[in-house]
Design a protein around this ligand. Structure first.
Ligand SMILES: C[S@@+](CC[C@H](N)C(=O)[O-])C[C@H]1O[C@@H](n2cnc3c(N)ncnc32)[C@H](O)[C@@H]1O
Length: 254
């Protein structure tokens, strides 16, 4: 069983820089959320495992209502409160299985790269269903075991695939977990996500190790991978963006 990642330990200090999103990438996700909101704004949003608030202000802006960022790591939350402030956003301590909001108080919920950190997914699904109003939507972005996206760093760190196979559940298992809790699949959409504007920028970001999968890799694998990546960076003459399409699973509360 892969070790649990404590975001208070190291990730909080590098996450903002390592995982910064370009405004147009945030906008691409926000447009997908808007497409699948199922109701007109104003809507109340909850960002579960909000981290440093990469998406929370965008949820408030997109849906025009209050947005709550629920985050268990004190230090991730501190970064959010400092760097992702918004007059309709409130960051609160909590977890996916213990959301400090009333029953049926939210119209939309976001779970973005958080599923694999949740120890009891069934309990979290029940809790998410509790805070959503009937008809409310869950936007879930994760990696699914058998449909891993074509992310470039897999080429340099092949051992990451082995780690990910242990961390990420298959699509049908996730669907079954949420179905049992009263959420039905609406659709799976795709969002164009740009990680960096060049391979050089991509490599610099990866070296901050703000991707929790790296915390599971051996030092030898990391050294080998970064050496290969550096060689490709040195050979990059025309900067080319590093981007791929990522999946967004949309579920509706019955
Ligand atoms: C990869 S980060 C993603 C953060 C944010 N959603 C984003 O995309 O920037 C994962 C976050 O999940 C949080 N987390 C860990 N366990 C959690 C749980 N049981 N419930 C909710 N969030 C959790 C971590 O503290 C961390 O901030």
């Amino acid at each position: 069983v892969p070790k649990k990642i404590d975001y208070d330990d190291r990730q909080y200090a590098v996450y903002a820089q390592a995982r910064a999103l370009a405004p147009d990438t945030v906008a691409a996700w926000a447009a997908a959320f808007r497409r699948h909101a199922g109701a007109p704004p104003p809507l109340t949003a909850v960002d579960i495992g909000a981290g440093i608030g990469r998406f929370t202000p965008a949820l408030a802006e997109t849906f025009g209502g209050p947005a709550y960022g629920i985050e268990p790591s004190v230090r991730m939350r501190e970064v959010a409160e400092r760097s992702a402030r918004h007059d309709r956003v409130t960051y609160l301590p909590g977890t996916a299985a213990a959301i400090p909001l009333p029953d049926a108080s939210c119209d939309v919920a976001l779970l973005y790269l958080v599923l694999h950190h949740i120890p009891d997914r069934a309990a979290a699904a029940v809790e998410i269903a509790r805070v959503l109003r009937p008809g409310g939507r869950l936007f879930l972005h994760s990696v699914f075991l058998e449909r891993a996206p074509a992310v470039l760093w897999h080429r340099y760190f092949p051992a990451a695939r082995v780690v990910e196979e242990e961390i990420f559940p298959p699509f049908d298992e996730v669907l079954a977990t949420f179905r049992t809790a009263g959420l039905e699949l609406v659709t799976v959409d795709r969002v164009h996500h740009r990680f960096a504007n060049s391979l050089a920028e991509y490599a610099a970001r990866l070296k901050l190790r703000g991707v929790s999968t790296f915390d599971h890799l051996s030092e030898a694998d990391l050294v080998r991978g970064f050496a290969a990546l550096d060689a490709d960076v040195a050979a990059e003459t025309t900067p080319r963006p590093v981007a791929t399409d990522l999946e967004l699973m949309v579920l509706a509360r019955a």
